[in-house]
Design a protein around this ligand. Structure first.
Ligand code: C2E
Ligand code: MG
Ligand code: MG
Length: 554
């Protein structure tokens, strides 16, 4: 955790020092401050205003070949949004003399303490006057592919493209060496070639990725057949090499019909999506492109970009709503659960079920989680003026525990707020983590030692089991709405609810029943002896001002 963060000036200085000893150009892109620095020599060669500039995207327009701008921005956006860390594309820059120059721009993003990308640092090298063939794989480069995809549409709409990638290729380079890595690339390339007919071609796309293009109406099944044969051939190759390196291939397969109206850069995007999907599914497998999956992926990415902007603009669009939790017996206000809301810049209200997983996957739940805690404790301070015992409940995601120093943050925010630790309830879903993960157990234990209350959320769904109650020993067990709904409809589940409540009480814990919507449900739950109730019957989650007016000031 104690990694030193470099400044822009320090990286610039390193670049200035290294540049005189190399032909390539080094650069750094300071993402949050939108500024860029490249080796001074680049200014003599390319049509750029100076070696340091701001407004990075627009300035690039001045020296990137117009046909390549979209492709570049698309790839950069993925790095900026934190979706990926590597940038590796071949495209054209304009020279001072007006001619285009093929370059390979490779970079890696460095993330800051909050896990958001800070710098993209890398190297530009001129790939040669005619980057037609690649000496490592012996294959044609994607420049040729670019010229030939047009044929695919015209001649064989029922053909396919298949983007192949070697899984964890970096490990081979790092553990065994680059020359063995090159040997593997060559070996895999040879095996691909040996499986193709004369009307199927293979190109090298980037470092460890190949594109097979079928110009003969082969169809998806043909692609899958080739992929399976290739898996066998690669396994044999690994055996012949006495398992010096063990690796597999993933493939994204797209039918010619799906790409019928697309240009080269769209085809590259879609094929990259398809290959990443295969890798996400667990690697060593193929994925058949589905347009709906791609639409979902694009929507997720759009939401991510939007939320990232919101966070930069001081959490604009995020709201925290509050839902009262009352005692079952006297219906007195006991606590409130803080529930996050998000409204896009276009006014669309997204469900937490949609945007919270995106925050979690991207790590953005870490800054947002701190914001939630700060606002929840502010609300708690307000409510305690009237109800000194009032508790505020906050949901904690596993990502916050696994990828940040959440304990330190909670203690700091609680201290700053002046609220007693026991007035904060931290809710966590039981999803098997607690039993399996030591750091989760530690954080949970420390929270209790510090005096914060803990609650198991979503009890009665998914993974939750009684073992988790004894491992976690929370202060409160929250019975999920899904379970309540079933118990209200079905006598067997209702009995089960009775026993759960008795069991929780037998170890001296409290139980809160969620999702109570009607008077009748309230009566039935109350009969079973639940301690607290949360549900639309009392109130839906509401904005802070409304919550204060309806439940505190009255
Ligand atoms: P949860 O923690 O179990 O929150 C309770 C959910 O049940 C809330 O949905 C609430 O609006 C809903 N609910 C409560 N009473 C009733 C009822 O009587 N009827 C019906 N139909 N629904 C009821 P919401 O606000 O959509 O939140 C969904 C989930 O999103 C939450 O489930 C929680 O897991 C997650 N979430 C919300 N805010 C945060 C947050 O700040 N951080 C994290 N990590 N997760 C959050
Ligand atoms: Mg909750
Ligand atoms: Mg819940």
């Amino acid at each position: 955790m104690d990694k030193r963060q470099f400044t822009f000036e320090e990286i610039k200085e390193a670049i200035e020092n290294f540049s005189p000893c190399m032909n390539d150009y080094l650069y750094v892109f300071d993402i949050p401050n939108d500024r860029y620095y490249i080796s001074e020599r680049a200014v003599e060669r390319f049509n750029m205003p100076c070696c340091q500039f701001t407004d990075v995207a627009n300035t690039h327009r001045k020296f990137v070949h117009p046909d390549d701008v979209d492709m570049l921005f698309e790839d950069l956006q993925q790095v900026i949004s934190g979706e990926k860390d590597e940038h590796d594309i071949i495209y054209r820059w304009m020279g001072r003399d007006g001619h285009s120059i093929w370059i390979n721009c490779r970079g890696r993003s460095i993330r800051g303490e909050d896990h958001t990308p800070q710098f993209l640092i890398g190297c530009i090298n001129e790939v040669g006057i005619r980057p037609i063939a690649d000496n490592v794989s012996g294959l044609l480069e994607s420049v040729v592919l670019k010229a030939s995809v047009a044929n695919l549409h015209e001649n064989s709409p029922k053909g396919f493209i298949m983007r192949l990638g070697i899984d964890d290729f970096k490990d081979i380079n790092e553990k065994i060496g680059i020359s063995y890595g090159d040997y593997v690339l060559r070996g895999v390339a040879d095996r691909i070639v040996s499986l193709l007919t004369p009307k199927q071609k293979v190109y090298r796309v980037v470092a460890d990725e190949f594109m097979v293009v079928d110009y003969q109406d082969g169809g998806i099944e043909e692609a899958e057949r080739i992929y399976r044969a290739l898996q066998l051939a690669v396994d044999e190759f690994i055996q012949e090499e006495n398992y010096r390196a063990v690796y597999a291939l993933s493939a994204g397969i797209i039918s010619g019909e799906d790409i019928a109206d697309m240009d080269y850069s769209e085809i590259m995007k879609i094929s990259q999506f398809a290959l990443s999907r295969a890798k996400k599914l667990g690697k060593n497998q193929s994925y058949r492109f589905q347009a709906e999956d791609y639409q979902k992926f694009l929507r997720k990415r759009e939401i991510l970009v939007e939320m990232r902007k919101s966070i930069e603009r001081n959490f604009e669009g995020f709201e925290l709503h509050f839902q009262p939790i009352v005692t079952a017996e006297k219906e007195e206000l006991y606590a409130a659960e803080s529930l996050l809301r998000y409204v896009t810049s276009e006014g669309e209200r997204l469900s937490p079920l949609e945007f919270i997983p995106i925050l979690e996957e991207s790590g953005l739940i870490i800054p947002v989680g701190k914001w939630v805690l700060e606002h929840a404790l502010k609300m708690c301070t307000e409510c305690r003026k009237r109800y000194p015992d009032f508790k505020i409940s906050v949901n904690l995601s596993y990502v916050q525990i696994l990828k940040s120093d959440v304990l330190e943050d909670i203690v700091r925010i609680v201290e700053e707020s002046g609220v007693a630790p026991a007035n904060l309830i931290i809710e966590m879903t039981e999803s098997g983590y607690v039993e399996r993960n030591a750091s989760v157990r530690t954080v949970w234990k420390r929270l209790r030692e510090y005096g914060v209350w803990t609650a198991i959320d979503d009890f009665g769904t998914g993974y939750s089991n009684f073992l988790s109650i004894s491992t976690m020993m929370p202060n409160v067990v929250k019975l999920d709405r899904e379970f309540t709904v079933k118990a209200m409809e079905n006598a067997y589940e209702y009995q089960l609810m009775r026993h759960i409540i008795q069991l929780v009480h037998s170890v001296n814990l409290r139980i809160c029943v969620e999702g109570v919507e009607t008077q009748e449900e309230l009566e039935r739950v109350r009969k079973l002896g639940a301690d607290c109730i949360q549900g639309y019957y009392f109130s839906k989650p509401c904005p802070p001002q409304e919550f204060l007016e309806r439940f505190i000031e009255q």
